[in-house]
Design a protein around this ligand. Structure first.
Ligand code: CP3
Length: 341
């Protein structure tokens, strides 16, 4: 019998929902900081199967979440296509930018298997070490979100470089998106074959596009990835996360990709979302990550709100975005105890 997390993806609901957290392996944990220091850089940690597996398991050992998410990054796909990638300490990712036909032409057609195999090896090791009832999640970034980093060469406040390129050179931008669709689908298939029980597609910056652009750059590419994954693995379980999108947008992504679940951020009206989805799509979310920093009664109330409003719904308890590094560990313990009481 599979664990609760998979059973919700497969159609069941529970009085006490399964729980995990986006970015659950990370800097709020002292054991993560220690392993990261041992690895050298962040990219080295992502590409070291022993250490990536170790940090994936750390939050499972400490908190007993229902699911583990493989430790990696959405920028590993462009890196495997040949874009240089590094992390500026205290700032964030830097990539060799793709801004024109010449820089696009330098990208490979296929990801370098020497790089992606390291992720698959980490999955194999992690699956072997996980308790049977704990599910393992693989992931990729959605093409739009990965393109925002690839075009700008870094994170940006408003994703203006990618939005501009999509307006000024739609044909070139389409080629970038298509390359990411192909290679991300291949990467998800590789992760499932290596032992991932489900995969999540992170579209962190889907909230900055007008409706037509959202349809073209978010809905269609994510649906195309899902179709490719299911063509290879018909019963693949897929979670979409169009962060910042409207209810209509979330609904379109979930339905056009036949997702098993959709992640929602804390802005989304979860009750309305549940009405839209009915029993067709599970909801994953959506505690405000700041409630987890606030702690105490504010946290209890926020947790109770999520649980109360999603009672009777196919629900996976999660945050509305990744946990922040300043989050006290005792608040994570308190949240889990509250969900499971
Ligand atoms: O959820 C998990 O525990 C799995 C691992 C995971 C990471 N990144 C590890 C990470 C996942 C699923 C991601 C996804 C990711 N990466 C996204 C989409 C989800 C989201 O959070 O919006 C994005 C946009 C990225 C790109 C990225 N990686 C940025 C912008 C940054 C810097 C910001 C930051 O928090 O420092 C990263 C670094 C990163 N990826 C860290 C972790 C644990 C922190 C790096 C460190 O140890 O210094």
């Amino acid at each position: 019998m599979s664990g609760k997390f998979l059973r919700v993806l497969d159609g069941e609901k529970f009085e006490v929902p399964p729980v995990w957290m986006m970015r659950q392996a990370g800097r709020y944990l002292p054991e993560y900081r220690e392993t990261r220091a041992k690895a050298g850089g962040f990219v080295d940690l992502c590409l070291n199967p022993d250490l990536a597996s170790e940090v994936t398991l750390q939050p499972i050992r400490r908190f007993g979440f229902d699911a583990a998410i493989i430790f990696s990054d959405i920028l590993i796909v462009p890196y495997a296509l040949g874009a240089k990638l590094w992390f500026e300490e205290g700032e964030g990712p830097r990539l060799e930018p793709v801004t024109d036909q010449a820089s696009f032409g330098k990208l490979a057609d296929q990801p370098d298997r020497k790089i992606t195999e390291r992720v698959y090896e980490a999955l194999v090791q992690t699956r072997a070490a996980l308790p049977k009832e704990t599910s393992l999640i693989g992931f990729c970034g959605a093409p739009w979100t990965v393109a925002t980093y690839l075009v700008a060469g870094r994170g940006t406040g408003d994703q203006a470089p990618a939005r501009l390129l999509a307006m000024q050179e739609p044909a070139l931008f389409q080629k970038i998106i298509d390359r990411l669709v192909e290679t991300s689908a291949e990467h998800l298939i590789g992760q499932i074959k290596a032992g991932a029980d489900a995969v999540q597609i992170f579209d962190t910056w889907s909230g900055v596009l007008d409706p037509q652009s959202f349809e073209r750059w978010c809905v269609k590419p994510v649906a195309a990835i899902a179709a490719k994954v299911r063509a290879a693995i018909p019963d693949a379980r897929i979670i979409v996360f169009p962060k910042g999108a409207s209810l209509n947008g979330i609904d379109a992504v979930a339905k056009q990709s036949s997702a098993n679940a959709a992640g929602i951020d804390w802005i989304t009206n979860r009750k309305e979302c549940a009405v839209r989805f009915g029993d067709n799509v599970a909801i994953q979310g959506n505690l405000d990550p700041l409630a987890l920093i606030a702690g105490g009664e504010a946290l209890d109330k926020a947790v109770d709100n999520v649980l109360g409003e999603l009672r009777g719904v196919r629900h996976i308890f999660n945050l509305g975005h990744g946990i922040r590094k300043e989050t006290p560990i005792e608040n994570v313990e308190r949240m889990i105890a509250r969900v499971r009481r």
